[in-house]
Design a protein around this ligand. Sequence first.
Ligand code: AHR
Length: 370
Amino acid sequence: MKKKLVGALMCVAMTATMLAGCGNSSEPATAPAPAEPAAPAQTQAAAPAETTPAEAPAETQAAEPAASGDVVTVGFAQVGHESDWRAANTKNYQDTFSAANGYELSFVDCDNDHAVQIETVRGFIEQELDYICIAPIQSAGWDTVLQEAQDAGIPVLIVDRAVDADASLYTTALGCDMVAEGEAAGNWLAEYLNGEDANILVIEGSVGASATLGRTEGFNNIVAQNSNWTVLDSQSGDFTQAGGQEVMESFIKSYSDFNVVVCQNDNEAYGAMDAMDAAGITYGTDGDVIIISFDATHDGLQYTLDGKITCNVECNPLQAGFAEGVIKKLEAGESVDAWTLVEDEAFVAPGIESAYAVTMSQEVLDGRAY
Ligand code: AHR
């Protein structure tokens, strides 16, 4: 439903707990930060350097383009607030889809609850919003509500993570290549170990999330190429610091002979480091255990610069500009790509040279936006 750009416009911030009858998480939803007044959008090229066409062509679902001066209403069903990455991603959406930029953003923190996320999307459909962005908590279980959005004529953007649904059910998808991230971590490890044995513990992300599935698949592709590597165990730490610590504490009780810990995001790595500190296990470039992490957020890269995390594979959270680029094209009645890749890179601790990663320095850290 198009609205006129008049008066003060608010970013509509709803929490998952406002959705009656949904959500049974023990951790209450955190109210998202209120819209920042007239914050400038992050500068981000709308068109990425590289795109990968999906099998099915994108369906252009531009409803009636907004007349000049109309407010574009956008619903964002966000995963939750589990990690520093997520906080950066949320802020990027709130900055980009701001009132100052001509949007009314309905933001919902779904608190990592799939049922809440489905009902959130249904709420956006009922409100007849112009566009719906979904960062899927899990990849399965989307067909019905995506069909409902399509029947209502509302374009849906699948952002950050992927869904296990026919591409004809949504307008476009954008995000990082999680399988490639897992392979980057594995390729770097093979280069670094140069033939040495690896006894590996993996702290996975949330169960059923494409970020977890993809990173696991990609890393295992490289494990399969190295016959002297053993994955001793692989458990979910739910992409949280507490989860990472809990899983690492349990690993330490069960395994004494490991030399690699793969944490599928930075927050899990912080928890794993706490657990190893408490157990007197040394890690990093001067220690016994190699830590690999994903996300490359500011604090994660500080630990990489400090030599504690040896390799950190980026997942770029600044994706809202890509979503806005799609919406602008649809508003103009143009077609959009089925899939937009958000590119990322990997970083390694000082003193390490790698064909797969950038060597960390203070300058690299200072040049980062998140
Ligand atoms: O989907 C992106 C992943 O989700 C990030 O790696 C993680 O930090 C977040 O929770």
